[in-house]
Design a binder for this molecule. Structure first.
Ligand SMILES: Nc1nc2c(ncn2[C@@H]2O[C@H](COP(=O)(O)OP(=O)(O)OP(=O)(O)O)[C@@H](O)[C@H]2O)c(=O)[nH]1
Ligand SMILES: [Mg+2]
Ligand SMILES: [Zn+2]
Length: 339
């Protein structure tokens, strides 16, 4: 099994430990499962559902301040909202251990309170584990979600040190806020991110054509103003009626990807990025999201409640299980549709 903490393929071992004791009283001997490599306790829920809910790594790659952490917090908020429970029969999410539940709750509270996270520190991140079942057009998966400091992606060597999990993801999410790239050097900055990433993961043993790329254009609420008619979507496309924005329609998601690819080519002049991405990844897709629906105030607070836009689109690519499904007729149809 894949250890969700160090991502080594290993057999977990049984361990015993005295817990809950103090100076006057002995604790109880508890048995738990652990990874022999990193010694972390592996949650039973993860092990028991390993076959039914195989792990899928959600790796947030992207420069500082490009919206990775806010996306993940808003994604938790959307995925845990009662709206989705009502919409899809059997749809359910399960945080897999206490640490994950605590992190998810804290992130949701922050967005509910209209506050935003501070910059993510450059340390090896602890993953948040959540099982997701019966999300339409996806396979049931245990999401292993890593939020990495953007600084890590400025140096290929740092990727090995602080983010080696990116090398293990089937689908890599590249978060790019076009508003935060320099206007003059946009194509070069996009290419830099790609080259640093590829250098970093090739050193970790990832080979060509084994990973899919999903480019996530963040802060899309700013693009209509920034790009005018070059932005390929009407402003109204950003906000669908309440609840609708959560509704995945694979055909819409693929159509968006095709339009954004053209936009990269014709409006951003990012040909080098596209050619290199096609060369390294087995497939290259594009999505746009807005986690907040508006630009925060200068002191980085929200003036109104966050409105989420198309946050599940990237997760569709992560959870549809290309690697597992490719052989099945349905998988082949998906591949064809996604072309
Ligand atoms: N307009 C708009 N701004 C956003 C949105 N999401 C994030 N932002 C702004 O972007 C800032 C940075 O977002 P983060 O998610 O913290 O960025 P990050 O990529 O995690 O940055 P590091 O942790 O430093 O790597 C936020 O504090 C917001 O001001 C959005 O959907 N729309
Ligand atoms: Mg962050
Ligand atoms: Zn481990």
């Amino acid at each position: 099994m894949l250890c969700p903490f160090c991502l080594k393929q290993t057999e977990f071992i049984r361990k015993q430990e005295e817990r809950g004791g103090n100076a006057n009283q002995r604790g109880r001997v508890m048995e738990y499962m652990a990874c022999p490599s990193c010694e972390s306790e592996v949650p039973r829920m993860y092990i028991n559902n390993y076959e039914a809910c195989p792990p899928a790594i959600v790796s947030a790659v992207g420069f500082p301040n490009h919206g990775k952490s806010v996306y993940l917090s808003s994604l938790f908020r959307l995925m845990r909202s009662p709206e989705l429970d009502r919409r899809w029969r059997g749809y359910v999410t399960w945080p897999v251990n206490q640490g994950s539940l605590d992190r998810i709750k804290a992130a949701i509270r922050e967005i509910d309170d209209r506050r935003l996270p501070s910059a993510t520190p450059r340390v090896f991140p602890t993953p948040t584990l959540m099982q997701v079942k019966n999300l339409p057009d996806t396979l049931d998966r245990t999401l292993i979600m890593y939020d990495t400091a953007g600084e890590t992606f400025r140096d290929g060597n740092d990727i090995g040190q602080y983010a080696d999990f990116v090398a293990r993801a089937e689908t890599v999410l590249f978060f790019v806020s076009l508003s935060d790239l320099s206007k003059e050097n946009r194509p070069e900055e996009l290419r830099d991110l790609l080259e640093t990433y590829v250098m970093g993961v090739e050193n970790l043993g990832t080979t060509r054509k084994t990973q899919s790329l999903c480019v996530v254009l963040t802060k899309a609420d700013e693009y209509a103003e920034q790009f005018g008619s070059k932005w390929p979507f009407p402003e109204t496309a950003l906000f669908l009626p309440p609840g609708e924005e959560a509704y995945l329609r694979p055909n819409d998601v693929y159509a968006i990807s095709r339009k954004l690819r053209n936009f990269f080519d014709s409006a951003l002049n990012a040909e080098a990025f596209l050619t290199k991405a096609d060369d390294f990844f087995s497939s290259v897709r594009f999505t746009y999201v807005s986690a907040l629906g508006e630009r925060p105030t200068l002191d980085n607070r929200l003036e109104s409640d966050a409105r989420h836009c198309r946050l599940l689109d990237p997760i569709l690519y992560v959870m549809r299980g290309d690697a597992h499904a490719k052989q099945t007729p349905i998988g082949k149809i998906w591949e064809w549709l996604g072309r």
